[in-house]
Design a protein around this ligand. Structure first.
Ligand code: ADP
Length: 544
């Protein structure tokens, strides 16, 4: 019997290693398909239809990659080779990027998505990859099983326990108003390959791997996962994970020296096509979005009804929820009442204006009080406009459109990237600081072919959508274009200084294709690089 057991063990080992080898063999060529596709879609394609086709290829490639990665995780788990990989970094920043990656999915599925996450920086040892996989799986499921019009909440907390080990925990709650799970199924959803029988035919595709991996990762990290669910009402998944490394045995973990991996879009959502799309496409042509924060339900409805012919309106009933919604949706303008219980409009405005993600959003205050004192307080908090109740709807519309016109002036100011490159720009406001940081960062990586929007997300701790809306609102350009334009600006300096021929200069600002460089250069400056270098006294238009 012992011999037989030994033989079985050996077969098992061979099976696992064969499986792992094959998975690796699939990953390499697959990434050699996906990466060039990303490059093509980023740099070479201008035709919208072709872009769409390439997007489908890229998305499906990523989906396949995710599946192979999941299978690899399974085989690693089975072979007992899964270790905790710790790095010390700001956990809030990495989770913020992750959870907000689901914004565009929420928008395209018309699901209300509310995120609560602490504001402070919390630097701690934790396993970033596993933690992110756990949360992104739970969020993927929540969005997958919640219909349009529903709601998903993601609440992230850091819990401190004095005098105990571990002293710090991460708690993540993912709550949805989806179809829910029957009591008798609840114990089985964490089983490998388990999918709820009656849904297999009708539902979105799945493999039944997600939750089993979530569960195994949670166990490895010595955490806990709980689920409450009511069919037809919704589900709530609660994960708690200990942070730090004092509670771990030395042989349980490896310290990762390398800098944190840039979060690639592939980490999120298993079968969410929309989610994988570039935000440039998802958010391309939209009506302007207004967030109305007003505690009086009648007035809120009135505003919503009157303005929704021209704008997309989202409403909040109190200051706290309003700020949260602003962070989640990044509206184009915010209208807030001043007098509200708990957090009032002044505080709302102050918080919006002092957060990098939202500082560019104009805020219009509504108030019944007519004293100067209040008006001054409102303006001091950074409000862009003021309107007294009772107001006339036409007046409000006019104010909104005035403010939006003012925005265009701001775009004009920030689209002059050269002044930021040369350090001539005046740096005063939160937005100035943001722009300065942004352009310096891109400039620093001017010759780095790998540098892209994902690095910006990582550096600013903002999601794709946040970064897109922020940069678009300030400069009128999508982040990819901004990076490209800064490279073009740099190439002019190089041309002026005769730092090589055009191909060499194109290359040193990361254009591998000289004719593409020439074309974009001409589009941007109105003159071809060869003409420019011939007659470098030629005045360059210098703006997009
Ligand atoms: P799948 O790839 O099928 O989504 P999972 O392991 O992630 O696999 O989930 C297992 C099953 O649990 C799913 O098929 C689904 O029926 C159920 N489930 C998971 N999350 C939710 C949720 N938030 N709401 C309703 N059902 C869920």
């Amino acid at each position: 019997l012992a011999v037989k057991n030994k033989k079985l063990e050996e077969i098992d080992r061979i099976k696992t290693s064969f499986f792992t080898d094959i998975s690796h063999e699939i990953r390499t060529p697959l990434s050699l398909i996906i990466d060039p596709l990303e490059k093509i879609s980023r740099e070479l394609v201008t035709d919208e239809k072709l872009q769409h086709v390439i997007d489908i290829m890229r998305r499906n490639g990523q989906r396949l990659m995710r599946l192979v990665n999941q299978l690899l995780d399974i085989s690693k788990l089975d072979a007992g080779r899964m270790k905790i990989i710790l790095s010390e970094q700001d956990i809030i920043k990495s989770l913020r990027i992750l959870v907000y990656e689901f914004l565009s999915l929420a928008e395209s599925k018309q699901i209300k998505y509310i995120v609560e996450i602490p504001d402070e920086k919390i630097t701690v040892w934790f396993d970033r990859d596993k933690t992110e996989k756990i949360i992104s799986n739970l969020l993927s499921n929540a969005f997958k099983f919640t219909p349009s019009g529903g709601q998903v909440n993601c609440i992230i907390k850091i819990i401190n326990k004095k005098g105990q080990l571990p002293k710090q925990y991460l708690e993540v709650k993912v709550i949805d108003t989806g179809k829910g799970i029957k009591k008798e199924e609840l114990s089985k959803i964490f089983d490998r390959f388990y999918r709820i029988e009656e849904r297999i035919e009708t539902d979105v595709p799945g493999t039944g791997i997600g939750l089993s991996l979530v569960n195994e990762f949670v166990q490895i990290l010595h955490g806990e996962i709980k689920v409450n669910s009511t069919p037809g009402v919704g589900s709530e998944f609660i994960v708690t994970l200990p942070l730090g490394r004092d509670h771990l045995q030395p042989d349980e973990y490896i310290l990762s020296e390398s800098s944190p991996a840039v979060v690639k879009s592939e980490i999120s959502g298993a079968s969410q096509d929309k989610h994988q799309q570039k935000p440039e496409i998802v958010t391309g042509e939209h009506r302007l979005r207004i967030l109305v924060i007003e505690d009086n339900a009648d007035l809120r409805d009135y505003l919503k009804e009157s303005l929704s012919d021209e704008y997309d309106i989202v409403t909040s009933g109190n200051g706290r929820e309003g700020i949260n919604t602003a962070y989640t949706m990044i509206p184009d303008i915010i209208i807030t009442d001043i007098m509200m219980p708990d957090i009032d409009g002044i505080q709302v405005c102050y918080q919006i204006k002092n957060d990098e993600r939202t500082s560019h959003i104009p805020v219009l205050m509504l108030t019944a009080k007519t004293t100067w004192d209040d008006k001054l307080k409102g303006l001091k908090s950074g409000a862009d406009g003021y309107i007294f109740k009772p107001f006339n709807m036409e007046e409000l519309r006019l104010q909104i459109s005035n403010i939006l016109t003012l925005r265009e002036n701001i775009i004009r100011r920030y689209s002059n990237i050269r002044s930021f490159i040369t350090g001539e720009a005046e740096i005063k406001t939160v937005d100035d600081i943001f722009m300065d940081k942004l352009i310096k960062l891109i400039n620093k990586h001017i010759s780095d072919f790998d540098f892209d929007v994902a690095h910006l997300r990582e550096a600013f701790g903002m999601s794709r959508m946040h970064l897109f809306r922020k940069i678009k609102a300030l400069t009128g350009q999508a982040p990819v274009n901004l990076i490209r334009n800064i490279r073009l600006e740099k190439s002019v300096d190089l041309l002026q200084q005769h730092k090589g021929n055009i191909t060499e200069i194109a290359n040193s600002v990361c254009f591998s294709n000289p004719s593409y460089f020439a074309r974009t250069f001409k589009n941007y400056f109105g003159v071809a690089p060869k003409d420019y270098s011939k007659d470098h006294g030629l005045k360059i238009r210098g703006n997009s």
